[in-house]
Ligand binder design. Structure first.
Ligand code: SAM
Length: 345
């Protein structure tokens, strides 16, 4: 569990409640943007506590909306709070919060998927990767359609030590649909073990902190939500480039319920596929009859390391794309079975 942080280190002056802000600025949740708000400040305090002690921290909150979580972050006594919100309707309400905490809040009307985090915080906060994490936190309750692509992007940033991780092992506390949170934290053999489990756990310590029932949100989403905390590892469990790990893991999970060699085969062009699959499985010492969800992290590491050696020996191998080969085969078989064009006599 995350070290519980104190939340009330800073007292905001009396303010309208989040519900009143919603009414005042007519902030009707837009269903097509999956906007579900948290109005209960005990709950937003609980989310923020998962991030640890925020005293003097620099925090980026993604998708603050009407500002429930924002209030809890400010109460934590942060030094600086950067808010990134895509929907312009929320900006006036956030400005009201900013005035209540003078000099602490910066509001950006923008999209977190394209916002450049490399310059978001002061340079002096940078830490070496091996050191303790910098006093920088990312916190957010985003729509599910954004949180999954975002965490994949940020995991790539962790692997390359860029984006928000240019400052060191920046920690993140984010919400996900409960099932996605289970995938992020699933162990080998688990029902939810998937590509996300390997990609996240090989780069970060991932903790599924607690579940927020759907009814805690306004309006109520169809699903429950879970709070997940990520701390980048000093040393990734698989020390290979992100793209290579991603390719191996994606191939393995392609046929989740079949023997894992069925997915691994797709790493190799048709000619010599069987021989090279056998070579990879034998050298990596992985039983080809295991199912993808049964493979451990060390088995993935071994597969990635062996595949890397094979790519070094055959420089064309990494660029090979199974789906592209299938597409080309399909197109050429369509051409050969289509009628020859009629010529006018
Ligand atoms: N944090 C608020 C809360 O917990 O009550 C609002 C949560 S609501 C589920 C998601 C928020 O993220 C909305 O305010 C929405 O406008 C914002 N949002 C959606 N996509 C975004 C993006 N790509 N970048 C920044 N904000 C985004």
């Amino acid at each position: 569990m995350a070290a519980p942080g104190k939340v009330a280190a800073f007292c905001l002056p009396p303010l309208p409640t989040v519900r009143e802000i919603i009414k005042l600025f007519r902030l009707k949740a837009q269903k097509q943007l999956s906007q579900n708000f948290l109005l209960d400040l005990r709950l937003t305090d609980k989310i923020v506590r998962q991030a640890g002690d925020l005293k003097n921290a620099h925090v980026c909150e993604v998708g603050p909306g009407p500002g429930g979580i924002t209030r809890s972050i400010l109460s934590g006594g942060v030094e600086q709070l950067l808010l990134i919100e895509k929907d312009a309707r929320f900006i006036p309400g956030l400005q009201m919060l900013s005035e209540a905490a003078p000099g602490k809040v910066q509001i950006v009307h923008g999209d977190i998927l394209t916002y450049r985090m490399e310059k978001a915080f002061p340079k002096h906060l940078k830490r070496n990767w091996e050191d303790e994490p910098p006093n920088i936190h990312i916190i957010g309750n985003l729509p599910f359609s954004v949180s999954t692509p975002l965490i994949i992007k940020w995991l790539e940033n962790v692997s390359k030590k860029n984006g928000p991780f240019i400052y060191g092992r920046t920690q993140m506390t984010l919400t996900f649909q409960k099932e996605v949170a289970e995938r992020l934290t699933a162990n080998p053999g688990g029902k939810q073990r998937s590509r996300l489990s390997i990609m996240s756990q090989h780069l970060c310590t991932v903790e599924n902190c607690f579940v927020i029932p759907g009814q805690a949100f306004v309006p109520k989403p169809e699903v429950d939500v879970a709070v997940v905390r990520f701390t980048p590892l000093v040393q990734p469990k698989i020390e290979q480039p992100f793209e290579l790990v991603e390719k191996v893991v994606r191939s393995v999970f392609q046929f989740r319920r079949k023997y894992c060699f069925r997915g691994i085969e797709t790493l190799f062009p048709e000619s010599g596929r069987l021989k090279r699959t056998e070579q990879l499985m034998m050298t990596a010492n992985v039983d080809p009859t295991l199912r993808s969800f049964q493979l451990s992290m060390s088995q993935f590491r071994s597969l990635c390391n062996t595949y890397r050696k094979m790519c070094d020996e055959d420089p064309n191998l990494f660029a090979y794309n199974y789906r592209e080969e299938l597409k080309q085969k399909k197109n050429s078989s369509l051409k050969s079975t289509s009628w020859p064009e009629q010529t006018e006599e």
